[in-house]
Design a protein around this ligand. Structure first.
Ligand code: NAD
Length: 373
């Protein structure tokens, strides 16, 4: 079983799909691991560290030659994978709903694409869940970036020159990223409030010492929803939510939006008219900017100023913490492949529940129901 780890080719991608720790663990399972030279550089991992862990270092063609499994953060173009074993697996992020052409190219190349973002939200797959591990870091970074952009302090400070009041932070969307954003803003001393469409998040918000702000007169999503995910809300709900947000947002200094709906564009949560009600100098961080944005007028990787409010957001937030993001992502991949490792065959054999959920292509065809549909 040959495992290949390539340097990431997407602009701005600083993460790497394996670390010396996971290389060592794959070797212990009996696999051989080849890593492209320089693959870990941006994540502060040297070639020597990979070599010491048991990897063979080489150029891309050598690394890919005969590989049975290729590990990636962003799925590489199939052309890079020429020379891999027939039917080789590629475990990476595929963004399959938007990058349909790439999925088709993988099918045509006879590769087996395993989309890590489609990992089911079930208990036994928690340690394999790359969306969780990366969103957690993104939520943290979003608050730091907003704090950096803000011309005032987060904590209340009583000084001889007078008192600085605490910043008011509002977090919209309380999934994995939102929960970490709340915790981070609290640690920095802000007064925090938060909202979501899933009523199960109310208690989680309170347990972090923040104030829940919820639509009460129209039913949201009770319990955890389908697999813990939100769906598109009714017009009536959206209207009630817009009114609630309008009343609340005018009093906030920082707003962090994190709302996503799997397979769809991000829901619009803040309109230009609502931005206009905020105080000049306020900051909005749109964590959903790469998925279409929660905030009207937000743009990836540039600060937009509207009505005196600065709106920021990055196309790839976890990549700004490349060392930790890589360590967690690499462990997710190892946990995934090792959980299915068949000792006799010396390779992983996926089951229907998880394999069927993440597999996009097999035997020259697109086989994933969610993508086909
Ligand atoms: P996500 O990134 O898909 O969305 C972020 C948040 O935005 C969610 O909480 C969602 O409800 C919210 N949202 C969507 N539309 C909204 C709107 N119009 N207004 C306000 N908020 C809106 O979510 P996520 O971080 O992936 O987590 C979703 C859930 O899955 C959480 O309950 C999480 O605990 C659960 N989860 C379970 C597992 C597991 O069991 N393996 C793993 C990870 C997450």
């Amino acid at each position: 079983m040959r495992i290949a780890v390539l340097q990431e080719r997407e602009a701005g991608e600083r993460r790497v799909a394996a670390t010396p720790e996971t290389v060592k663990k794959f070797c212990a399972l009996g696999a051989s691991v080849a890593v492209e030279r320089g693959a870990g550089e941006e994540a502060s991992i040297s070639d020597a560290d990979y070599e010491a862990a048991g990897a063979a270092l080489g150029q891309a063609e050598e690394v890919v030659r005969g590989a049975d499994i290729v590990l990636g953060v962003q799925a590489p173009e199939p052309a890079v994978l020429k020379g891999a074993a027939p039917g080789a697996w590629v475990a990476a992020l595929f963004d399959p709903f938007r990058e349909r052409a790439r999925v088709e190219a993988y099918a045509a190349a006879g590769l087996e694409a395993l989309a890590m973002e489609l990992m089911p939200r079930i208990t036994r797959a928690q340690s394999m869940d790359v969306l969780s591990s990366q969103s957690n870091l993104a939520g943290y970074k979003a608050v730091l970036a907003a704090a950096n952009e803000y011309g005032r302090a987060f904590p209340m400070m009583m000084t001889a020159a007078g008192t600085v009041s605490a910043a008011k932070v509002f977090v919209m969307g309380v999934g994995v990223a939102g929960l970490q954003a709340i915790a981070t803003a609290r640690r920095l001393g802000a007064q925090v409030s938060a909202t979501d469409v899933r009523s199960a998040t109310k208690e989680q918000i309170q347990s972090l010492g923040a104030k829940p702000v919820f639509v009460e007169n129209v039913a949201g999503i009770e319990g955890e929803g389908s697999g813990g995910y939100a769906t598109e809300m009714s017009d009536e709900y959206q209207k009630a939510q817009a009114e609630l947000v309008s009343a609340h947002i005018a009093k906030q200094d920082i707003v962090i939006t994190t709302a996503l709906i799997p397979g769809r564009a991000a829901p619009r949560l803040i309109s230009d008219a609502q931005i206009a009600t905020m105080k000049p100098g306020s900051v909005i961080f749109d964590l959903a900017v790469a998925q279409g944005g929660n905030v009207e007028g937000s743009a990836a990787d540039v600060a937009v100023e509207k009505h005196g409010v600065r709106i920021i957001g990055y196309s790839n937030t976890p990549s700004l913490l490349p060392a930790d993001a890589s360590a967690l992502y690499a462990r997710n991949l190892f946990n995934f492949l090792s959980a299915f490792w068949d000792k006799d065959q010396g390779r992983p054999v996926l089951d229907e529940e998880i394999g069927g959920a993440v597999r996009l292509t097999q035997g020259g065809r697109i086989v994933n129901e969610r993508i086909k549909g």
